[in-house]
Design a protein around this ligand. Structure first.
Ligand SMILES: [Zn+2]
Length: 351
C-alpha cells in the first residue's frame, strides 16, 4: 500500500501497518485515551523557529506544532478502528501566543469530546486559572520550567529550578479548590529522583490533596537506573498519578507497573514528537535516539537496511508497554485501566 503523510517529515508506511497488525492490533484495548498529547495551531507561533534553535536541541527539530484537525487525522491513522479520546495541551514555551492557544485548544477539544489543559506560566493569577478551568472540558494546567522566562538560546537555563518556581502556591491553592489537574514535567538533570523533586511532590500532595497530580513521562525516568532510584520513593501514595508518555524502555514500564500498580499509570504518547521513526538505545543513565531523517542531531546513523525496519516511536513505546504487561501477567482489566479507565475515573470523579 501507499505511504500516507503523517506529520512533519514522517509518513505512515507498510512497515507501520505490519507492526500494527503483528504486535498491536489484537492487544490494544478498544478504547484508547491519550493523557499526554500536544496540539497548537501553527499560526500561534510568535516567530518562526531559527536554524540556531534547530541546531541547539534535538526536540526543536522534531517538534513542529500540529493543529487539532491534523492531530485527529494522525490518531485515526495510527489507531485504526479504535475509540479515541485524549487530554491535550499546547506547547509549553513562550514562543507561542499561549492565551490564543489555550482558548482555541479548549474549543477544538470540546467539539470532539476531548479534554484540555491550559499551558500557564508562574506569573498567571489565581483568577485567570479559575476562568480557564470554568471552560467545558478544561481540566487543569500544564506547567513547565521553561515558562519561568524567555530561554534565549539556552534551553536548560531553568532546568535546575524548583517545582515551586514554576508552580507557585497561589496557583496550587486555586487548583486545589477546583480539583484541577496538574501535568508536571519534573525539573533537574537528576530527574524525578532529585531530593528536591521528591520532597516538593510530597509537599504538594499533603497541602493540596484535591489537585489531580500527574507526573509526566514517569518522572522522565527513561532509563531503568533513573526509575529505580525515583519511583519507589513515591510508591506508597495511591493518589499520585503518572503518565508513561515518551518511555520506550520495556524494563522501565515493567518496573513502574510493579512499583506503582496499573491503577496509577495513564497511557500517553507525547505526540506529535513520537511520530518520529526509529528506535532508542540505552547505556546506563543515558540513551541514544536512532532515527532515519537527516536532522542536525542525527549524526550517528544506523545502516540503511536497519533504518528500513524503523517504525514510529509511539509504536515502539506501545510495544515496550505490551512486553511489560505480558511479562507481569497483567489482566485485561489492568491493561484497559492504563489505556482508558484510569483517566476516565479521574475525569468522572466528582469535584
Ligand atoms: Zn509533553
Amino acid at each position: 500500500m501507499k505511504s500516507v503523510p503523517l506529520y512533519h517529515v514522517w509518513e505512515y508506511t507498510d512497515v507501520d501497518r505490519e507492526f500494527w497488525r503483528e504486535h498491536l492490533e489484537n492487544w490494544l484495548p478498544q478504547r484508547i485515551f491519550d493523557a499526554h498529547t500536544h496540539f497548537c495551531e501553527p499560526k500561534y507561533r510568535l516567530a518562526p523557529i531559527t536554524e540556531q534553535q534547530r541546531r541547539d536541541y534535538w526536540v526543536n527539530e522534531v517538534n513542529d506544532p500540529i493543529g487539532a484537525a491534523d492531530a485527529q487525522r494522525c490518531y485515526e491513522t495510527v489507531f485504526p478502528g479504535r475509540d479515541f479520546s485524549c487530554l491535550a495541551f499546547g506547547m509549553p514555551t513562550l514562543d507561542y501566543d499561549l492565551e490564543a492557544c489555550n482558548t482555541d485548544l479548549q474549543k477544538q477539544c470540546e467539539k470532539r469530546g476531548w479534554y484540555s489543559l491550559a499551558v500557564i506560566g508562574p506569573q498567571w493569577s489565581a483568577e485567570s486559572i479559575a476562568t480557564l478551568l470554568g471552560q467545558p472540558g478544561m481540566l487543569g494546567v500544564k506547567v513547565y520550567y521553561s515558562m519561568i522566562g524567555q530561554e534565549g538560546t539556552v534551553r536548560s537555563k531553568h532546568l535546575e529550578a524548583d517545582i515551586f518556581d514554576f508552580l507557585p502556591h497561589h496557583q496550587l491553592e486555586v487548583l486545589n479548590e477546583l480539583r484541577g489537574w496538574v501535568m508536571l514535567h519534573v525539573p533537574k538533570a537528576d530527574r524525578l529522583g532529585h531530593p528536591a523533586n521528591i520532597a516538593q511532590i510530597k509537599e504538594i500532595r499533603k497541602r493540596y490533596p484535591n489537585v489531580v497530580l500527574v507526573i509526566a513521562h514517569l518522572g522522565r525516568c527513561y532509563t531503568i537506573e533513573h526509575a529505580k532510584e525515583a519511583l519507589p520513593q513515591l510508591a506508597d501514595d495511591q493518589g499520585l498519578y503518572f503518565d508513561n508518555s515518551a518511555v520506550l524502555n520495556p524494563e522501565v514500564h515493567r518496573f513502574a507497573l510493579e512499583t506503582l500498580g496499573a491503577n496509577r499509570i495513564l497511557y500517553g504518547t507525547d505526540n506529535p514528537v513520537f511520530y518520529m521513526r526509529g528506535r532508542r538505545q540505552w547505556q546506563g543513565k543515558t540513551y541514544t535516539n536512532r532515527t532515519s531523517y537527516p536532522f542536525y542531531f542525527n549524526k550517528d546513523r544506523e545502516p540503511p537496511e536497519v533504518e528500513a525496519t524503523y517504525t514510529l516511536y509511539m509504536y515502539e513505546a506501545l510495544y515496550a508497554l505490551k512486553q511489560a504487561c505480558e511479562n507481569l501477567g497483567l489482566t485485561r482489566q489492568d491493561v484497559e485501566a492504563i489505556f482508558n479507565d484510569n483517566a476516565r475515573r479521574l475525569i468522572d470523579s466528582p469535584a
